[in-house]
Design a protein around this ligand. Sequence first.
Ligand SMILES: NC(=O)c1ccc[n+]([C@@H]2O[C@H](COP(=O)([O-])OP(=O)(O)OC[C@H]3O[C@@H](n4cnc5c(N)ncnc54)[C@H](OP(=O)(O)O)[C@@H]3O)[C@@H](O)[C@H]2O)c1
Length: 259
Amino acid sequence: MTNIGFIGAGKMASAIITGLNQEQFSVHLSGRNVEETQKTAQALGVTAADNHADLIQISDIIILAVKPSVVADILSEYKTEKPIVSIAAGITLADLSTMTTDTQPIVRIMPNINATIQKSTTGIVRNAHVSDDVFATVKAIFESVGSVHELAEKDFGTFTALAGSSPAYIYMFIDAMSRAGVLHGMPKDTSTKIVAETVAASAEMMLKSNENPWTLIDNVSSPGGTTVAGVVSLEQNNFVATVIDAITATIEKNNTMNK
Ligand SMILES: NC(=O)c1ccc[n+]([C@@H]2O[C@H](COP(=O)([O-])OP(=O)(O)OC[C@H]3O[C@@H](n4cnc5c(N)ncnc54)[C@H](OP(=O)(O)O)[C@@H]3O)[C@@H](O)[C@H]2O)c1
């Protein structure tokens, strides 16, 4: 059985471990505080290591699930030739190489918060030292919490905006629509549930039909009808340009973070 060691026992590590098939993987955890880590490990049904050195010793693959600002400190203190997987936003393979050895196998991952419900949309890229077997294992780990997209590293910033940060923008859209429901007299919780269900089903429809979004928009816009009135209003109020600006701002921030 492959031993997977997580350094960092926060939200993302817990979400990924919750989805992992523990008949396939033996999972170990090492956080900042030993007592807290033991509690988290017990709740997740995995083993807590006493320290990072012990965790690295027993693990075949080490997943760094700490905040980006902590990654360099950990990698400079704990040296290993074993494959390292980083989920830290904004830290590139080249950055990680400067913190390790010239031949360190490194996989860079960008999951999203939907890992909590095993529906992460995850980006993945590896350096030249990662074997096909190790890469397949890392993919399998993240496939257990959703879908995995192999990307060119130059696209990681864009992926971070479109999948990592976008849940916040989608929540904003849902909140704006449900607030409109409140404005027109509907209770907020009812309104939010209606909008969230409609967003989830519309996304499912788009994925299942494989249609271009504009075709689906045209399909629900009857001539002279209610929907086209709203579509035109969104256009007049720069909906598309506003969304594109938000994604561009996210990418620009990603490109300057940790630099
Ligand atoms: N959350 C997301 O939606 C998301 C999406 C994509 C990528 N990520 C990436 O995932 C990583 C983890 O994010 P998160 O949301 O899981 O953060 P988090 O909940 O704050 O978890 C980070 C954990 O690392 C622990 N830690 C701090 N210093 C440590 C050390 N020296 N050794 C071991 N553990 C240490 C923290 O412990 P204390 O609390 O005791 O300090 C905390 O439990 C980040 O790099 C982030 O960029 C997150």
